[in-house]
Design a protein around this ligand. Structure first.
Ligand code: ADP
Ligand code: MG
Ligand code: MG
Length: 904
């Protein structure tokens, strides 16, 4: 028989899966000998059983009775006893804390009789009736689903009528009247009386907590925090202690260190004569813990001692809920506390200094996401701001600028010296120029993996997406905000916060991040840029932790960069080379004419002429990149995209020619030739068509031109005394034979260049693994390959059989709702599917060449969870956008440390 209930004595902090965080930590505190009111925990498994069957398992009821009797025996009281009632709280508590998402009901066990008994026993009428009205209010709202405003309005109405300044002014008579009113609200709303049976109150509350797991807000929260939907919540039944028993009672929360700065010390709020949520609900101004010391030094001293004990035990910042009942301190909750990114780094470093944790552990206490948010410029926290609306925070940062609605406006205004925010319904690859020019990007549609989001993150550009409140009308030149019914024209200044998703009206001052200065220019510069000691401590902490992560990691970190500027930035950020240098841009701009000539060529000579013209141009491109990455590897991917990307769009071209014809303008032979070529190159599924190595084999001279340019550039760099280390990478290999052909030709060209110059050139030739067939036949491909690079974007597309641009907008939301994905497979690698192909590819490749160097390029290379996976399957390096390099360094260090721990 499944055991559904554990007393606080039976649990411990490692049982979060079963007992939830709150239950596990309550049990832990009991074992530490701390004053916790007796109680027990109903498991998450019971919740899952309830949600599945729609009713509580019968054995659960039986187990609950046994545990309840035990608590009753301990306390010498019975639940809801009319003369001396035991009261309990019924508290939610999932594995991961979900603040404010789920429910808790206090004072269970009170009814029309036991309220009198409680009054008598405590000698405090007011307290008893205050507790009863709180029960009906919480129970009504949470368990019976009654609109909470009805109770709140009754409460405030009473206070207003009597000109009270707050809840403490209410008399016993007032509270009794309120109870009558509340009971009427219950009766009106449900058609039934407020339940008087104590056990029934408890059972109904337990079910309500179970159900609160599946409220909309809880589901939305979980999706955002990547918490699985199938965990369920535990329920804690805990003997009530009372902070509302008069002036020697109260309730409070505290932290062992300041969760926003990391300062060690005593941080907390206390409220006299109050219960539960009153502290956070802001019903009165709270006191500080220093005030508590003045009011009740005995309890204060005990609390301080417990705080130290907990921090020593958990070896981390803890937050704590406590209640003082007539001078006696009770602990109601603790957990490792949430904190700001800055505090996370500082606390980790402090704990190392205090010899509470090792430096290895300090690395695991911070995350790449926390580091990311320290790298972006920030809005001045103290500045006055007016919020217009909000969307999803897609790429952190703070940006202020004029609204622009398209590329042209973006470029015009930035050239005129303005800072701009590109506002679009959604973005597509055509908007890139505008995104590059803009300080930030705001879209009305799309999610965290939409085009705008992915591109902006890659560029380190602040971005807010999916602000559905906006109607973007490019033609009219306006942005309308529905909720406030206001319309803004292009040119209006707004500010967007990529960390919170907020959109503000007007200029909001932005401050630079000293951590960013540290990352790009070193410790000294970072310290110099720090405005105060706190910030200096932060910069030092980041330096210590990142340096240690670097010393521990097995994965190298390279960057995806196509030009010298990006290469240099990546180097500053600590990149150890370029893992993916795309080459398509080397055919665009003025050179588009040449590639057009190649496609239109009637003879080999014509084609070769165009290629010959391209060689010197591309050679100089490569010289720039190799120089910027002098001494470090640069993996150059031969041209990959389908040909039509270099030709005009079919619909547009047809329309243009139709207009020409209609207006009697001459349609030239060249026009017709282009149209024919566009038609001929049109593909139903370009992603699966003529691209990658297929293009190289189909158009003789194309790859050769690139290889020649790489070899020449290598030579040129060597002449300048540099140490170029290019690697040639062939995309979209599916068969070893494809690679063999390319390789033979490449070696021939390299030998020619080498012979002509008398300089020895060694250029490794490898390939991308981005098709399932390549992974499955990797042992063959390795015969011809000097290295593998897993193109996990295309591998995801080809394994799932969907194209990212088509599916993200169309059905991903349904897939999230149905829990087919917890997270987009384009954001975090799908470990069970695509990841298996990566693992297999590495193993098979190394079965042929044990030292085969294996990397990953593509966005997954900068994603923390994916990095941990790549480390565990023996990948040698990840490559990501320059801006993600510091994050990848930290996460690779964390991966090495924690993967070691799991394997130990
Ligand atoms: P949350 O997860 O929202 O913090 P809790 O279950 O911790 O919810 O409870 C809400 C409030 O009620 C907290 O302030 C808590 O300290 C208080 N509380 C919970 N159980 C008891 C109890 N047995 N006696 C007194 N106060 C309690
Ligand atoms: Mg709590
Ligand atoms: Mg690819």
């Amino acid at each position: 028989m499944t055991k559904y209930v554990y007393s606080f004595l039976e649990g411990n902090r490692d049982m979060k899966d079963l007992l939830g965080g709150k239950g596990a930590n309550l049990a832990e505190m009991v074992h530490l000998g701390l004053p916790v009111p007796p109680g027990f925990t109903i498991t998450t498994e019971a919740c899952r059983a309830y949600l599945e069957a729609g009713e509580t398992p019968e054995t659960l009821d039986v187990e609950v009775t046994a545990h309840l009797r035990k608590v009753e025996a301990d306390m010498g009281k019975q639940l809801g006893d009319p003369t001396d009632p035991l009261l309990v709280s019924v508290r939610s508590g999932a594995k991961f804390s979900m603040p404010g998402m789920m429910e808790t009901v206090l004072n269970i066990g009170l009814n029309d009789q036991s309220v009198e008994g409680l009054a008598q026993q405590s000698g405090n009428d007011r307290f008893a009736w205050d507790s009863y009205r709180r029960l009906i209010q919480m129970f009504g709202k949470t368990v019976l689903d009654i609109d909470g405003d009805l109770f709140a309005d009754a409460l405030h109405g009473l206070q207003q009528k009597n000109n009270y300044s707050g809840d403490l002014d209410m008399t016993t008579e007032d509270l009794k009247a309120l109870v009558v009113e509340y009971k009427q609200i219950v009766k009106d709303a449900t058609g039934e009386d407020f339940p008087q049976d104590p056990r029934k109150q408890m059972d109904l509350a337990v079910e309500a907590v179970f159900r609160s797991w599946n409220t909309d807000r809880a589901r939305i929260y979980r999706r955002r925090e990547r918490i699985p939907h199938d965990l369920g919540t535990a329920v804690n039944i805990c003997t009530m202690v009372f902070g509302n028993m008069g002036d020697t009672s109260g309730t409070g929360v505290c932290f062992t260190r300041d969760p926003s700065t990391g300062h060690s010390g005593v941080y907390g709020d206390y409220l006299v004569n109050a219960q539960g949520e009153d502290v956070v609900a802001g019903i009165r101004n709270t006191l500080s813990l220093a005030d508590l010391q003045r009011l009740d030094s005995t309890s204060y001293d005990e609390l301080r001692a417990i705080m130290t004990k907990l921090e020593t035990h958990y070896r981390d910042l803890c937050d704590i809920e406590f209640t003082i009942q007539q001078g006696k301190l009770w602990m109601l909750q603790t957990r490792v506390g949430k904190r700001t990114p800055a505090a996370a780094f500082r606390v980790a470093a402090q704990l190392v200094d205090e010899r509470l944790i090792t430096t290895d552990e300090a690395v695991t206490r911070v995350t790449g996401e926390q580091l990311t948010s320290l790298l972006f410029p920030q809005f001045d926290r103290d500045a006055h701001k007016t919020v217009l609306t909000r969307g999803m925070p897609a790429s952190p940062g703070a940006a202020v600028g004029e609204i622009v609605l398209n590329n042209q406006q973006a470029l015009e205004r930035t050239q005129a010296g303005a800072s701009v925010i590109l506002v679009r319904r959604e973005t597509n690859p055509d908007d890139l120029a505008g995104m590059v020019a803009a300080a930030g990007v705001l879209t009305a549609r799309g999610g965290k993996t939409s085009h705008a989001a992915v591109v902006a993150r890659g560029m380190g550009r602040c971005c807010v997406v999916g602000a559905e409140d906006l109607i973007v009308d490019e033609a009219a030149g306006t942005v309308h905000v529905k909720s406030i019914n206001r319309t803004f024209t292009a040119g209006t200044v707004i500010a967007i916060d990529g960390t919170s998703g907020q959109v503000f009206e007007g200029d909001v001052p932005v401050v630079d991040s000293p951590v960013m200065t540290y990352i790009s220019h070193g410790l000294e510069a970072g310290l110099a840029a720090s405005i105060d000691e706190d910030t200096q401590e932060l910069v030092k902490a980041v330096d210590r932790i990142l340096t240690h992560a670097d010393s521990k990691r097995r994965l190298d970190v390279r960057a995806n960069a196509d030009n010298p500027e990006d290469a240099e930035r990546a180097r500053d950020f600590g990149a150890q080379g370029i893992g993916l240098c795309r080459t398509e841009h080397m055919f665009l701009g003025d050179r588009r004419k040449l590639i057009e000539a190649v496609i239109l060529a009637d003879t080999d000579d014509e084609r070769q002429e165009a290629f010959d013209a391209l060689v010197p141009l591309q050679t100089s491109d490569f010289v720039g990149i190799f120089s910027a990455m002098d001494g470090l590897p640069v993996t150059v991917r031969l041209i990959d995209p389908p040909l039509h990307e270099f030709l005009p769009d079919l619909t547009e071209l047809t329309a243009q020619l139709a207009v020409k014809e209609a207006t009697g303008e001459e349609v030239t032979a060249h026009d017709r030739k282009i149209l024919a070529a566009v038609r001929a190159n049109h593909e139903q599924n370009p992603m699966l068509g003529l691209r990658g190595v297929r293009l190289g084999l189909k158009i003789p001279g194309l790859f050769q031109l690139q290889i020649r340019a790489i070899a020449e550039a290598c030579l040129e760099c060597k002449r300048q005394g540099l140490d170029p280390r290019p690697e040639i990478m062939v995309p979209l290999i599916g068969s070893v034979r494809e690679l063999q052909i390319v390789r033979d030709e490449a070696e021939q060209i390299i030998a020619e260049v080498s012979q002509a110059s008398g300089v020895e050139l060694s250029l490794p030739i490898g390939n991308m693994i981005e098709l399932p067939r390549a992974a499955m036949t990797a042992e063959d491909i390795a015969e011809e390959s000097d290295f593998f690079s897993f193109g996990t974007n295309d591998l995801t597309q080809t394994t799932w059989g969907f194209s990212r641009d088509d599916v993200e907008a169309s059905f991903f939301n349904e897939y999230f709702d149905n829990a087919i994905f917890g997270v987009s497979p384009f954001e975090t690698i799908d470990m069970h599917g695509v990841g298996q192909l990566v693992e297999l590819g590495v193993q098979k490749g190394r079965s042929t060449k044990p030292d085969l160097h294996c990397g990953v390029c593509g966005e997954h290379g900068g994603d923390p969870l994916s990095i941990h996976f790549f480390d565990s399957v023996g990948i040698d390096y990840v490559s990501c956008s320059p801006f993600r390099v510091p994050v990848a360094r930290l996460e690779a260090g964390r991966a090495a440390i924690s993967n070691d721990v799991t394997n130990a």
